[in-house]
Design a protein around this ligand. Sequence first.
Ligand code: FES
Length: 578
Amino acid sequence: MGKRKTYEEFRSYKWFGVDDLRAFGHRSRTMQMGYDAADWDGKPVIGIVNTWSDINQCHVHFKERVENVKRGILQSGGFPIELPAISLSEPIVKPSTMMYRNFLAMETEELLRSHPIDACVLMGGCDKTTPGLLMGAISMGLPTIFFPAGPMLRGNWKGRPLGSGSDSWKYWDDLREGKITQDDWPEVEEGIARSFGHCMTMGTASTMTSIAETLGFVLPGGASVPAPDANHTRLATQTGRRIVEMAWSDLKPADILSRQSFENAIAAAMAMGCSTNAIIHVVAIGRRAGFDIGLEDFERIGREVPVIANIRPNGKTYLMEDFYYAGGLKGMLKRIEQHLHTDVMTVSGESIGANIANAEVYDDDVIRPLDNPIYESGALVVLKGNLAPDGCVMKVSAMDRKFLKHTGPALVFDDYSAMKAAIDDENLDATEDTVLVLRNAGPKGGPGMPEWGMLPVPTKLVKQGVRDMMRISDARMSGTSYGACVLHVAPESYIGGPLALVQTGDLVTVDVDKRLIQMEVEDTELERRKANWHPLPPRFERGYGYVFSQHIEQAPEGCDFDFLKTDYGAPVGEPDIF
Ligand code: FES
């Protein structure tokens, strides 16, 4: 910081600036594309890692926005190079986008390393794209700025606002209960996703782009701007201008990130009523940056910071568009300023405290004051016990509070197909006290921890008006989901974690006050069951799935690949340019 780089110090100089046969090839082949020396000479090359695709509904506008980013880069004297990366459309990619978050992280890191890139803009937003891009860029370590896709417009059906995901589950239950008709259902389908942009509830996308901003990677206020807003177009150009400055001043992730910035991100996550996925991603990002962030950080900060963003699925009414008009993330951070380390650096070149110095809240019902929260402590809690010795997660801010302490008999499903086949059975042996258990849905077992954790309430109970039940799995759930769902149980059942040993009829207790999850089964009986347990066959024996199965870590460690962690082996050096 302070000292400006010289052109000769840029990585791209080694490709374009030197006078040898290889550089001749780099220059002549760049000229083949219609560029000449005026495009690169004396300029930083800015890589734009763009997760656009024809089948990513949340990033449709990236084809246009990338031109706005390039405009900003050109205005500031940089050379923009667009690098497409895997897109990861949350609803379309199977078996789970989580299978491919680390794939995107590897792709991002290697795209940046193998090309003549001096600094980068990351274009993402749809759930796993944000952590995947950040993890890769942090490992590479070049000056980095994140451009968020922005939330889509509010959904609408018959004048009622519709929230991504959250209202899919709600109206699906209404349909099963008979509150709406088969004629209504297609109208909900048409009205729930009205524009490009990511989910506009406080799902994983809004959570992670807000976390990216709180960590310091987004220009101030950027994460809250709705995708179709002209401010979003301007944000793209401003982002392009700013990254060129960051290249010259060499403002790298290592200059921005600290343990304090991760504590800020967790505090913001708690206040916004974050997606449960935040835990996995923040742990993974933190460990890439060299900070040992863990479940205990979420548990500790969650006890201090209340949920104040009244955004679905936590609140009843509001969506991200309302959040933006109410002051957005900057307004919310101002409200929780006492819980932040305000002196940490951001991509603006200023501290986060300076970024929010003049921020205001314009609607106290959307962004509540600290003394009138949506939920008095943080959104998430971490439970441990004989069912989850390494921990599991529950989103207490978006569930029926009667389940804060609950004991009930387990009804166990060995996989999703078994659960799906049974859930509509009118004779299913289940009451509203039953604890639904799904196993083999974790990192290796799912594979990729699919978002199955909000198990459907059995249809016969939905018809009786039951809308929430205790559910336990080693899966994840969508950030747009809600209910008494215990998730990320670790170790997972597929590798023989205790979840593999629960049997239908066992009593299971969840006690949030005690942070306890327990099956009421004697240790000797558990040992007997463990001795009789047999692993399932491997999910994959070749290809990417094989690499994934061999190297994926458990949820409390962030589900990174072991060999991608910062402290795994010697650092990767710069490529030889021969
Ligand atoms: Fe892309 Fe929800 S589907 S963010």
